[in-house]
Write a protein that binds this ligand. Structure first.
Ligand SMILES: *Cc1c(COP(=O)(O)O)cnc(C)c1O
Length: 251
């Protein structure tokens, strides 16, 4: 099932790209494996997925330690990074300060930075473990109060400025979660907003902000149209999440 799902998602990405004449190579597909076990991750890995997304720090920590140098029978030589690891972990959830060490120690990217306090804590931990932590700023583009993320431009610009001064943080982009609605024009509006925000920051001396992390199962095609460079796709790959089941059972 996972293999077929991945094929379908990739096909949809390619079709959308050819329709709007975008190069699919500029789009990273992140398989959001939250609430799914190691078996599912290994299956996706065997189908060529290398980027995985998790939204809980301790869940990421456990999965990371279970697959530190996982190399599949199907992986090719030269497939791994210098650490010998060829899985890339993305932390995409709310991050509490006391869980920062899990995220920094395991994740190559943290998509959900939305305060100076959090950025400072990430910088501190990354410095302690000799790492430059790649981060994205989470933006609330949907005007839904329930969503975390920054909304105010000067606040966003100031936080971007602080990130650029932190020696152990590398700010590479912006992330947003589209509004939970069937109204696709509202969804598009939210993604357009993120793209324009990035352009505005680029013009404000933040040329380093290049990535747009937006688009999930229900809206990734719109996200591609609006310039997404990182898609976070869960259920279209792994199936519906069943929160009554504990993912640890499949460890
Ligand atoms: C769960 C989650 C996703 C994936 O959602 P699907 O609808 O299953 O594709 C993407 N981004 C974030 C931040 C998530 O928490």
């Amino acid at each position: 099932m996972i293999a077929g799902n991945i094929r379908k998602v990739k096909e949809r990405i390619e079709n959308k790209c050819s329709e709007i004449e975008r190069d699919p190579a500029g789009i990273k597909l992140i398989a959001v494996s939250k609430n799914f076990g190691i078996d599912a991750i290994k299956k996706a890995y065997d189908e060529g997925i290398r980027d995985f997304g998790e939204n809980r720090a301790q869940e990421l920590d456990i999965k990371f330690s279970r697959m530190p140098e996982f190399v599949s029978s199907k992986s090719k030589a030269g497939d791994s990074d210098v650490s010998g690891r060829n899985i890339v972990w993305h932390f995409i959830g709310n991050l509490q300060r006391n869980k920062v060490r899990f995220a920094v120690d395991c994740a190559d990217y943290i998509h959900s930075v939305d305060s100076l306090m959090l950025a400072a804590e990430i910088n501190k931990r990354a410095g302690a473990v000799n790492k430059i932590q790649k981060v994205l700023l989470q933006i609330n583009t949907s005007e839904e109060d329930t969503k975390s993320g920054l909304t105010n431009y000067s606040e966003i610009r100031d936080l971007a400025g602080y990130c650029n001064e932190f020696p152990s943080v590398e700010l590479i982009g912006l992330m947003t979660i589209g509004p939970l609605t069937n109204d696709m024009e509202l969804v598009r509006k939210s993604f357009t907003r993120l793209r324009k925000l990035k352009n505005r920051l680029n013009g404000d001396n933040f040329a380093n902000i290049k990535e747009l992390s937006m688009g999930m199962t229900s809206d990734f095609e719109i996200a591609i149209e609006e310039g997404a460079t990182m898609l976070r796709v869960g259920s279209a790959i792994f199936g519906e999440r069943d929160y009554s089941k504990d993912w640890r059972e499949s460890l």
